[in-house]
Design a protein around this ligand. Structure first.
Ligand SMILES: Nc1ncnc2c1ncn2[C@@H]1O[C@H](COP(=O)(O)OP(=O)(O)OP(=O)(O)O)[C@@H](O)[C@H]1O
Ligand SMILES: [Mg+2]
Length: 262
């Protein structure tokens, strides 16, 4: 898979919150046309890591490279200008606003009528509908409020928006966390669609069953440190699950729960 171009690379990055080291010596690679999964328990440092890639926080140690060039991101806008788009779990959508307005949120196409520039709402609706359909999301009506969509569909609108506006790297912080099996499937299909269009995707999740089918590489974090950094060929779903659950700890728990039976 090394023929894929490296878009973003963190080398040994670390982050302090006051005197607390939330992230220590973590490296991760994001390649075009691949999905990098970041896994770990609550407080492992997943959000901290992606906030460094997204320009929300600056790293205190290590190196961040974008397109092979060392950078220090000054803001989320800076990251976005370099093609790194992030969809946060709370999504920044406006529930009462229509799907197409949410799709554009401030970047609506405009047209001139005499001296006035007004939103080209018909063009915008068509563009939003097409962009969503290209990713396989066929909504009955882009006029409906986003609040009437399912959680999975809302994530999809946010992903389609990032793809449409030219993101090269798409970071998704726990997009499947609050979703049932079917809804999570809808979102994972979007992750695969973005990957197939050549984006580098960073997928954060607690769930190895969500990560494994779409992931090309897996970074496991525990208490701010990297527990493992694997390419898919080097790790099975069983092993990934075992490591996530703390390996030996899980085996002991299984043994205990199995009780006398067997
Ligand atoms: N702004 C902050 N100020 C101080 N400490 C923070 C801050 N953000 C995170 N932390 C701490 O840093 C550590 C890593 O947090 P982080 O949010 O990156 O974990 P996470 O893996 O995303 O967890 P979760 O699965 O719960 O989202 C935690 O101990 C957390 O309490
Ligand atoms: Mg988090």
């Amino acid at each position: 898979m090394s023929e894929h171009q490296t878009l973003v690379e963190a080398r040994g990055v670390g982050k302090m919150y006051g005197s607390v080291k939330a992230l220590d010596d973590v490296s991760v690679t994001v390649n075009a046309g691949e999905v990098t999964c970041v896994l770990g328990d609550n407080g492992a440092g997943k959000s901290t890591l992606i906030k460094i890639l997204a320009g929300v926080h600056q790293h205190d140690f290590g190196h961040l490279l974008i397109g092979g060039e060392e950078v220090r991101l000054s803001s989320p806008r800076d990251a976005l200008d370099r093609g790194i788009a992030t969809v946060y779990q709370d999504l920044a959508v406006v529930p009462l606003m229509s799907v197409w307005r949410n799709f554009f949120l401030g970047s609506e196409p405009r047209k001139s009528i005499g001296p006035l520039k007004i939103i080209d709402s018909r063009g915008a609706r068509d563009t939003a509908r097409k962009a969503l359909a290209e990713l396989g999301i066929n909504l009955r009506n882009v006029e409906q409020p986003v609040g009437t969509l399912s959680g999975g569909e809302r994530q999809c609108v946010a992903i389609a928006r990032a793809v449409h506006f030219g993101a090269k790297v798409l970071i998704l912080d726990e997009p499947t966390a609050a979703l049932g099996v079917k809804q999570a499937g809808i979102v994972l299909r979007q992750v695969a669609a973005a990957r197939d269009r050549g984006l580098g995707v960073v997928l954060i999740t607690h769930n190895p069953h969500h990560a494994y089918p779409v992931g090309d590489r897996f970074l496991l974090l525990k208490r701010g440190a990297a527990l493992g950094n694997y390419e898919k060929a080097d790790i099975s779903l069983e092993e990934l699950t075992r490591q996530m659950a703390g390996g030996a700890e899980l085996e002991a728990l299984e043994h205990e729960l199995r009780g006398v039976e067997g």
